[in-house]
Write a protein that binds this ligand. Structure first.
Ligand SMILES: N[C@@H](CCC(=O)N[C@@H](CS)C(=O)NCC(=O)O)C(=O)O
Length: 227
């Protein structure tokens, strides 16, 4: 048992979701930071001592309960600590819309995102002599599956934001916390992907202006710098 929530935070990771969420909720927390393995970019094995997935974010609640999967972490912490905050669902319909987005951000969206990322890495790191062949293979995967799927997700998101102002409602919800990281990932991979989605770009800049988001990023960076 600890007196504060602990966030197990891996550098440059979805761990930012947990930090941002707790900043928005106004719940005090401690960060235990980890660096990635410089060769593999994987998390260090110690994270598996906290939860068998060994992936970040992992959150240990004040009562010692270990939480994994960022979508579940959002739902659990908002249900427990979000009463009266901006993140609290206002009615049943909103709760459903929010929970749909908690799932979608790590399923449909991330599946297409990771396919794009793998294509990118495979083509970049192809051994000499194989790169032409690999490029052809991955171009097919990218053009027939990954890009059309990603554009489908982005177009749905753009419509949701145009209608609501935020991802799932007319105020910040767990959906925004989940998607910010995914959009950031895609923007870094290929900034032109977002050119056709002005509502997403406006929303992305808007959430980055939130003091809680800025505090979360600063605390994450500071915790890794101290390692
Ligand atoms: N679906 C999980 C994904 C967690 C995940 O893959 N985290 C990455 C960082 S963004 C990680 O820990 N990677 C290091 C590793 O797999 O060793 C979630 O949403 O929490």
């Amino acid at each position: 048992m600890t007196s504060e929530i602990t966030v197990h935070y891996l550098e440059h990771s979805r761990g930012t979701r947990a930090l941002w969420l707790l900043e928005e909720l106004g719940v005090p927390y401690t960060i235990k930071a980890y660096k990635r393995n410089p060769k593999t970019q994987l998390a260090p094995p110690e994270l598996k001592d906290i939860h068998p997935t060994g992936k970040s974010p992992l959150v240990v609640d004040k009562d010692g309960k270990v939480l994994a999967e960022s979508g579940f972490i959002c739902k659990y912490l908002i249900d427990k600590y979000g009463k009266g905050t901006e993140l609290e669902p206002r009615n049943e319909q909103e709760r459903n819309d929010i929970e749909y987005n908690l799932f979608a951000a790590e399923s449909n969206f991330m599946t297409a995102g990771l396919a794009l990322y793998i294509d990118h890495v495979a083509v970049q790191q192809a051994p000499t002599g194989f790169s032409f062949l690999l490029r052809r293979l991955f171009n097919v995967i990218e053009s027939k599956y990954a890009r059309p799927e990603m554009h489908l997700c982005l177009s749905l998101l753009n419509d949701q934001i145009s209608k609501n102002g935020y991802i799932a409602a007319d105020h910040l919800t767990g959906g925004d916390i989940m998607y910010e990281n995914g959009i950031d990932f895609m923007k870094q991979l290929d900034p032109s992907l977002l050119d056709k989605y002005p509502a997403i770009l406006k929303w992305f800049n808007k959430v980055h202006e939130r003091p809680a988001y800025k505090r979360a990023v600063a605390r994450g960076v500071e915790s890794v710098a101290k390692l």
